[in-house]
Design a binder for this molecule. Structure first.
Ligand SMILES: [Zn+2]
Length: 118
């Protein structure tokens, strides 16, 4: 048996074999709601990023390792060989590991730890 559901919050209509379930669209939106403290911290991170760019920092990502250098000394960081060190052997002291995925260059999926609506 298939049931038709209508979300009172967003107007989404979907069908499933479950009698009663939360709206999948609203669950997805809820995944990205931050607490006030998280929102404040993330805004501070964005401000810090702008300050770094304004100060002339060249930023690069080496498999999740965030590195910076003076943009007046580095023009590019890519996979074309150059006479200078690569990202593995350069030992730039101005790096730190970002605690996040280094990339998502193919489909990646969020796995909710809770689908309970806030
Ligand atoms: Zn909804």
């Amino acid at each position: 048996m298939t049931y038709t559901h209508n979300c009172e919050d967003c107007g989404n209509e979907w069908m499933s074999e479950v009698v009663k379930e939360d709206c999948p669209d609203c669950i997805i939106k809820d995944l990205f709601i931050l607490t006030p403290e998280q929102d404040k911290a993330f805004k501070a991170l964005k401000v810090a990023f702008k300050k770094c760019k304004k100060a002339g920092l060249f930023m690069y990502n080496n498999y999740g390792q965030l590195g910076v250098a003076d943009e007046n000394r580095i023009s590019e960081y890519n996979d074309t060989p150059s006479p200078f060190a690569d990202g593995y052997t350069a030992h730039n002291p101005n790096e730190f590991q970002l605690p996040c995925n280094e990339w998502a260059d193919d489909p990646h999926y969020f796995h909710a730890s809770s689908t309970k609506r806030r």
